[in-house]
Ligand binder design. Structure first.
Ligand SMILES: [Ca+2]
Length: 488
């Protein structure tokens, strides 16, 4: 009997051990808003204190060539779908500045749901219309793969409404409370779902203007209110890490921190803004320009991956990687695949997570779209800015771009080739010295136009799910009436 019991115990322990090993990993993605490439200590900030994130970089990996998109809505679209935003279907077959992501698109949360994940979204959604009030309720997180939502429909430009799932719980919320409330919700979600695999997507409203910070942080950073808000985000990430440790979830969780676009260079607006002090934007360091541009400062974002024993400690990945890679990579880690019935732009980068790289990483092509326009392509160290007028009429309201410095919003007469290794600030073109590289990258740009599209053409694999005419343009803000509201 004793022998039988000990045998039974041995069998049970083995199966428990293998069950623990086989449990799909948890994912926590912090998608901070408008943080510049150089706004963390571990990415070179001279005056913003981020001890918790710096520690994660020491224990994990810094991605130094990691790409988001040029502005909030497209960037969220890319992360959610694993695709360039112009490829992604929207209601009414248009391509908006801030995509209204079609319900037939498959989000990263929907992919993970197929493997039994608990999914939560905490913060700013921005994919159901760029508006706090006039958004499409049936395109909110609860309809796009998330079991739980605590946050706000769009940006906090003027005011912010808070929702718990579909219920409006507070209008015009106190912005100084947002980071803390979002974080508290994340902690509660992790606690509640510690036994299941979970995906916590945390698109904090901060550090997008209007900036605010809790009383504990306000007025404390040498970098002013912007620094206060970043330092509170750092502290909050620390609380999430502490929770993972407390619950014994570290060995089975991937924690990724990144930003949705470069810094909002409000001080460069060169005009009276009306309500924002001039120090409210971050810094891209040596990278050129910021948010609302396809210069590196607009799209390359500070990124940290932390997963002890799976991601090598204290390492740096200088290969091209992007938010579009998270869907295919997380799908594989969860034991499934990215959707196979449509083109997905992102690639599986598990090998980069593990500290390896291949020749394919150096050959990878990254396409820089600005709303509906292909503006540049990159392969290896070469980046080619494509010719364009300073104020393209097809960009609608954005044909005059007050977000960035006038020197960065210029006509490009000839293909402008940059060697990003020698010239990270994209100061001068070396096109004349490397005509073969220019020719190769122009060909890659043409392939992107054929596949994804451009302002003047519908790409072969640009997606449309509605009966209306397929249009690659509509880059203007227009009055929107939700289908659900119409029905009422
Ligand atoms: Ca943003």
């Amino acid at each position: 009997m004793i022998r039988f019991l000990s045998l039974l115990f041995a069998v049970l322990s083995l199966s428990f051990a293998s069950a623990a090993k086989e449990k799909a990993p948890n994912f926590v993605v912090i998608f901070v808003d408008d943080m510049g490439y150089a706004d963390l200590g571990c990415f070179g900030s001279p005056n913003i204190r981020t001890p918790r994130l710096d520690a994660l970089a020491q224990e994990g990996m810094r991605f130094t060539h990691f790409y988001a998109q040029h502005i909030c809505g497209p960037s969220r679209t890319a992360l959610m779908t694993g695709c360039h935003p112009l490829r992604v279907a929207e209601w009414g077959n248009v391509k908006e500045i801030h995509p209204v992501v079609h319900s037939e698109e498959i989000t990263i949360a929907e992919v993970l749901k197929t493997k039994g994940y608990a999914t939560g979204c905490f913060g700013k959604w921005d994919l159901a219309r760029h508006s706090q009030k006039d958004f499409e309720p049936t395109l909110m997180p609860n309809y796009q793969g998330f079991d739980y939502f605590f946050g706000t429909p769009s940006s906090n430009d003027r005011y912010v409404d808070l929702y718990r799932n579909e219920k409006l719980i507070e209008e015009n919320a106190d912005m100084s409370t947002l980071t803390k409330r979002h974080t508290d919700e994340v902690l509660g979600f992790i606690e509640a779902h510690q036994e299941e695999p979970f995906f916590a997507y945390v698109p904090y409203s901060m550090v997008h203007t209007r900036l605010e910070a809790s009383a504990e942080f306000k007025g404390k950073s040498p970098r002013g209110l912007y620094g206060d808000a970043v330092e509170e985000i750092d502290y909050s990430c620390g609380l999430i890490i502490d929770k993972l440790k407390e619950l014994g979830l570290v060995e089975n969780t991937y924690f990724l921190f990144t930003s949705d676009n470069g810094p909002w260079l409000i001080k460069n607006k060169n005009r009276a803004d009306g309500h924002l002090p001039t120090d409210h934007g971050g810094s891209a360091g040596e990278l050129r320009s910021g948010k609302v541009s396809t210069w590196e400062g607009g799209v390359r974002v500070p990124t940290i991956l932390w997963a002890p024993d799976r991601v090598p400690a204290g390492t740096e990945c200088d290969k091209v990687a992007a938010t579009i890679d998270l869907l295919p990579t997380f799908a594989k880690l969860a034991g499934t695949e990215a959707p196979t019935d449509r083109v997905i732009d992102g690639v599986d980068i598990r090998h980069l997570f593990a500290g390896d790289s291949t020749e394919a990483d150096d050959a990878r092509v990254f396409r820089y779209y600005f709303i509906n326009t292909l503006q540049a392509v990159r392969q290896g160290k070469w980046k080619l800015h494509l010719p364009r007028p300073a104020n393209p009429p097809w960009l609608g309201n954005f044909s005059k771009n007050n977000h960035i410095a006038p020197a960065d919003w210029i006509a490009i007469e000839e293909p402008f080739l940059v060697d990003l290794e020698a010239d990270p600030g994209e100061i001068s073109s070396v096109a004349a010295a490397h005509p073969e590289v220019v020719e190769r990258l122009l060909k890659l740009a043409e392939e992107a136009r054929e596949d994804i599209g451009d302002y003047d053409r519908v790409g072969e694999n640009m997606r449309f799910f509605d009966p209306q005419e397929a249009r690659p343009t509509k880059p203007v803000f227009t009055k929107f009436v939700s289908k659900a509201k119409k029905k009422k």
